[in-house]
Design a protein around this ligand. Structure first.
Ligand SMILES: Cc1ncc(COP(=O)(O)O)c(C=O)c1O
Length: 395
């Protein structure tokens, strides 16, 4: 039974009213946060891939998937890899990230963003997020960099730690784009290379330009919980031919092309996306436009359902953006954030999987003590945000 349009009573507690609103959208079925849908050519392409016997590192689906990503995003080059974390690792290495460099990154992100920095031997330097985009606050960033850095021989250094700051690494939270042109300008002003963690934002645009294409490179994830999936997978997007060439080379064990010789000219990585996963990705990519329409339909339903609950707002795409609405989220007013855990309990008890946002990275054991700016907005957002069931095809 679908209990749509149930009246909300002010006599109910806030958690109860939220459960009623979600039930009005989703009915009585139980929903997880994000499940993939396989409604197209998945079985056909997988079968074809299996029959070809090329299920690993060689095969036509990888090329086809990479071309499809270029067509969809407008990036000149796409290099498919085993997951979004390895895509970030390689993008950071190719930006020149080295041991003891610092990388500017939001604390409000998934841990993979910071882990990839650590894989390069570098150090995350955490900056604050903004309410409007949930991404890096450009004004606060500019003020912080002006305060904390100095230029030495054309390079940006952290005056306090003495370390070079090399990269600015924004992340498009829940699929909503950062103010990417403003961030790119700040990166240029301070001599930083911008790499975009677009793991969550395939299908999201800022001023009509696809996310992941604003910096030297951008990275995607095709994990099972993302807008489209390859089981596990990721990609590096870039317009730079040399970066694309290097990315392909070092993600395929740095093997020099030759018919039979095993000649490797550096220590590479075995990060290439298997053909089998790429076959799944090709079928998923065909459905991406429909998936995006479906996810926007869900947003409209949630918008209606939550409109009469004054203690919160539904997170909507920022100005001049088209978001993929990867994860739907509500933001509690600060006065009600103490109710977050009761809301999580109530909604999960009612069979609707809701989740808090990630613990801020600077508070986690491996990242305590890293350099950081004032993080008060991120600290508040971490207590205010709740993710809702967000899969395509559920309404
Ligand atoms: C912001 C962000 N960065 C990086 C990743 C890493 O992607 P993967 O799980 O494919 O390694 C994810 C998702 O998992 C993510 O949400």
């Amino acid at each position: 039974m679908k209990n749509r349009d149930l009246p909300l009573s002010d006599d109910q507690s806030l958690p109860d009213r939220i459960v009623t609103a979600i039930r009005g959208v989703l009915g009585d079925e139980q929903y997880i946060l994000h499940k993939p849908i396989f409604g197209g050519n998945e079985q056909k392409y997988l079968q074809d891939c299996i029959e070809s016997t090329y299920v690993s590192s060689v095969g036509r689906y990888v090329d086809q998937f990479e071309n499809g990503l270029c067509n969809f995003t407008g990036a000149k080059y796409a290099v498919a890899v085993v997951n979004g974390t390895s895509a970030l690792h390689i993008a950071l290495l190719l930006a020149g990230t080295k041991t003891d460099d610092e990388v500017i990154v939001p604390s409000l992100t998934f841990i993979a963003t910071a882990n990839a920095i650590k894989y390069c031997g570098a150090i995350p330097h955490f900056v604050d997020s903004e309410e409007e985009t949930l991404g890096i606050d450009p004004l606060a960033l500019r003020d912080w960099l002006a305060y904390i850095t100095e230029m030495r021989n054309g390079f940006c250094f952290n005056k306090q730690s003495g370390r070079r700051i090399k990269v600015l690494l924004p992340m498009n939270t829940f699929g909503h784009p950062n103010k990417l042109d403003v961030l790119k300008n700040i990166a240029d002003e301070f001599g930083l290379i911008m790499i975009e963690d677009a793991a969550e934002s395939l299908g999201s645009y800022y001023n009509g330009q696809h996310t992941g294409t604003f910096g030297l490179a951008g990275t995607l994830s095709f994990n099972g919980n993302k807008t489209i999936t390859t089981g596990g997978g990721g990609a590096i997007l870039t317009d730079d031919f040399e970066i694309a060439k290097r990315a392909k080379h070092i993600t395929t064990t740095a093997k020099k092309p030759h018919s039979w010789e095993y000649d490797h000219d550096e220590v590479g990585f075995n990060y290439r996306l298997p053909n089998l996963n790429a076959a799944l990705g090709c079928a998923q990519l065909e459905q991406l436009p429909d998936i995006l329409v479906s996810k926007r339909r869900l947003t409209e339903k949630y918008k209606g359902a939550f409109s009469s609950i004054n203690e919160l707002e539904l997170i909507l795409e920022p100005a001049n953006c088209s978001s993929n609405y990867w994860l739907q989220a509500i933001k509690l007013d600060r006065a009600f954030m103490s109710e977050r855990d009761a809301i999580l309990q109530g909604t999960n008890d009612a069979g609707f999987m809701t989740r808090p946002v990630w613990n801020l990275i600077h508070t986690l054991k491996p990242y305590k003590g890293c350099p950081k700016a004032d993080l008060s907005v991120a600290e508040s957002l971490a207590k205010q945000l709740i993710n809702l069931p967000s899969s395509a095809g559920i309404v």
